[in-house]
Design a protein. Sequence first.
Length: 101
Amino acid sequence: MAIYNAITSATTTTLITKGGTVAGNIKKITICNNSDNAATGISVHLWNGVGGQPVHPFVHNVTIPKGATLVLEDNISFNSGDYNLRISNAGTSPDITVIIK
């Protein structure tokens, strides 16, 4: 089962919700920059839902050039009973697609 997210605003988005029906047993995350601008401030992190700071970042403040895709596929499984999986992004006219498998 794959999870698809289209994100078109500079924001923090929860990809997998702590305690939800989707497990954290994931194998790959792809983040594609569809914008004509660089996708900046890309951070993927685990957050326990307490306070505003991420607990465990996978990547932090990465820039993805226009038309490029970042692939994460090493050590990304997590306990979804304890953490949310979130992505934060910034930049001008963000347009990213996140696919989780």
